[in-house]
Design a protein around this ligand. Structure first.
Ligand SMILES: O=C(O)c1ccccc1NCC(=O)[C@H](O)[C@H](O)COP(=O)(O)O
Length: 260
């Protein structure tokens, strides 16, 4: 299964992380994030009044779609997306399967006045420290990857000053996520076993999360503005990568979602 391969590669990279690696952003301008203004993903999602809350994902490639967009100038791409009205940016940092890089976060940090979510396959607490040092505001934690360790990772993220976005795909994972006390829960519409997306996943699982008074992000498979209209009464925000990245004009595609 592809998820096993991605997690295995992530584990090998995490094992190789040394204190030197984790503080390697110390010389960059972006280390100015220590003591800088923090940007809250939860506030960004729930605070939008005149538009839909879109987390726009910088995603160069993926196992399901292959090449999406070469991100040679990350600052230009991030500024274009912010100009398009996203409330936050998601940066895929996984290198082997998604062609991402952790260095994208410090590269865009100083110019970015919206929350930055680090999107990767976190398996080791050293990666939490690395995420904070890179200058992210939030980190994705995947229930299917962390299982029983999820609560510990939620606590570690918060202790590091990061907001955890906990990803779920079925009812059991929703229960596990709710037990951790996480405020932000992302429903992944993509089945990580076969990579197929189905927006009805959000429709099925969102009521459980809303009943517990938590904030719902619909993740994956949101392709057209009509998808936002379908999910509007279920989700508080939407995480969109492929559709924006593959568009000829990413900013215009994003605006279609923001104002749908
Ligand atoms: O995108 C993939 O092909 C993928 C494959 C295996 C594990 C995870 C995968 N995607 C990670 C994501 O969560 C998405 O990047 C994110 O939700 C945005 O999805 P989309 O808008 O469909 O690109």
């Amino acid at each position: 299964m592809i998820l096993d391969q991605i997690v295995q590669a992530s584990t090998i990279r995490a094992e190789a992380l040394t204190p030197g690696h984790m503080s390697r952003f110390a010389d960059s301008r972006s280390m100015a994030h220590i003591g800088r203004e923090r940007f809250s993903l939860l506030k960004a999602i729930t605070g939008a009044v005149d538009r839909n809350s879109i987390i726009a994902e910088m995603k160069p490639a993926s196992p399901s779609k292959g090449h999406l967009r070469a991100i040679t100038d990350p600052v230009a791409v991030s500024q274009d997306l912010i100009g398009g009205g996203c409330c936050a940016l998601s940066v895929i940092t996984e290198p082997a399967f998604f062609h991402g890089s952790i260095t994208t976060i410090p590269a865009i940090r100083d110019e970015t006045k919206v929350p930055i979510l680090r999107k990767d396959f976190i398996v080791d607490k050293k990666q939490i420290e690395e995420t904070r040092n890179a200058g992210a505001d939030a980190v994705l934690l995947i229930t299917a990857v962390l299982g029983d360790q999820l609560g510990e990772f939620v606590d570690a993220a918060r202790k590091a000053g990061l907001e955890p976005l906990v990803e779920v795909h079925d009812r059991q994972e929703v229960r596990t996520a709710l037990d951790t006390g996480a405020d932000l829960i992302g429903i992944n519409n993509r089945n990580l076993k076969n990579l197929k997306t189905d927006l009805s996943t959000t429709i099925r699982l969102a009521p459980m999360i809303k009943r517990a008074d938590r904030t719902v992000i619909a993740e994956s498979g949101v392709t057209w503005p009509c998808d936002i209209r379908t999910l509007r009464s279920y989700a508080n925000g939407y995480l969109i990568g492929s559709s924006i990245m593959a568009a000829e004009n990413p900013r215009r595609r994003l605006e279609g979602f923001v104002y749908a």
